[in-house]
Design a protein around this ligand. Sequence first.
Ligand SMILES: NC(=O)c1ccc[n+]([C@@H]2O[C@H](COP(=O)([O-])OP(=O)(O)OC[C@H]3O[C@@H](n4cnc5c(N)ncnc54)[C@H](OP(=O)(O)O)[C@@H]3O)[C@@H](O)[C@H]2O)c1
Length: 272
Amino acid sequence: MSIVDEMYVLNNGIQIPKLGFGTFLIEDGDPVRQSVLWALEAGYRHIDTAAVYKNEGGVGQAVRDCGIPREEIFVTSKISSQIKSFGESVEAIKVSLKTLDISYIDLMLIHWPQPFGEQDDTKRYYDENQAVWRAMEEAYESGSIKSIGVSNFMEDDLEHFLPNIRIQPMVNQIKAHIGSMDFKLINYCQERAILVEAYSPFGHGEIFDNDVVKKIAEDKGVTVAQLCLRYLLQKNLLPLPKSVHKDYIFSNIQLDFVLDKNTIASLDNINS
Ligand SMILES: NC(=O)c1ccc[n+]([C@@H]2O[C@H](COP(=O)([O-])OP(=O)(O)OC[C@H]3O[C@@H](n4cnc5c(N)ncnc54)[C@H](OP(=O)(O)O)[C@@H]3O)[C@@H](O)[C@H]2O)c1
């Protein structure tokens, strides 16, 4: 089976395509519409956006224009990290639905536990995130959002969050790539049936300069990008590669190979 047909099953029973297409830093309008259309043409059926990327409009346009039935495409968006109250969250969900111009969102995430600019502060926003979550639970129960989750939540955030909410998150989207794997957090989530999505699977592009990774990819006869994605899949993570180039978008999805245990162990030990 090719990666384009492979699914993880979330803890609410919903299927999610194992590979997603990232859209961070792709401009709204034609640029993001074109990239998403190429991704869908290549076989991706899972698109990751966020309110803060300011490109939900173009993403939704591509989903409507592509000719693929809506129910075959999985769309993720995220509530901006600046939003930390129930009322604002209800409004933010409505705005995302309207901007995407689709009748439901497959997965909505809290983008960060803390507002942008405050990530290093000691204030953790435990109560505020529970208020945001209540708005997401309501949207989930109304059917306008099919699954709900978090992003950038560390173990400490989850320790305070999970016992105090009604519906457990289906996903935690975190930074994860060769050379930057928080195995403790990944295990913590996976033990609790929270799927871990790997953002920046190429370290935002920096991995392409890593000589050790380049050599391993060369030995295997695959590209560095393909090696990065296959590694994450074999860790049961869901990678979200981003590109604006048609050739990269198409080649990044060619993942019909398996890494042996020794290669995985070598990649585990790489420090970026
Ligand atoms: N939840 C969060 O807080 C969060 C944070 C960051 C990212 N994300 C999500 O994760 C997605 C991916 O992360 P990211 O955008 O930070 O970076 P990334 O996917 O790790 O890397 C993207 C970079 O790699 C390049 N690239 C892609 N395929 C390539 C290939 N085959 N060969 C050479 N270069 C290649 C891209 O170039 P071109 O684009 O020029 O082709 C781009 O410069 C985002 O788009 C977003 O959806 C989420």
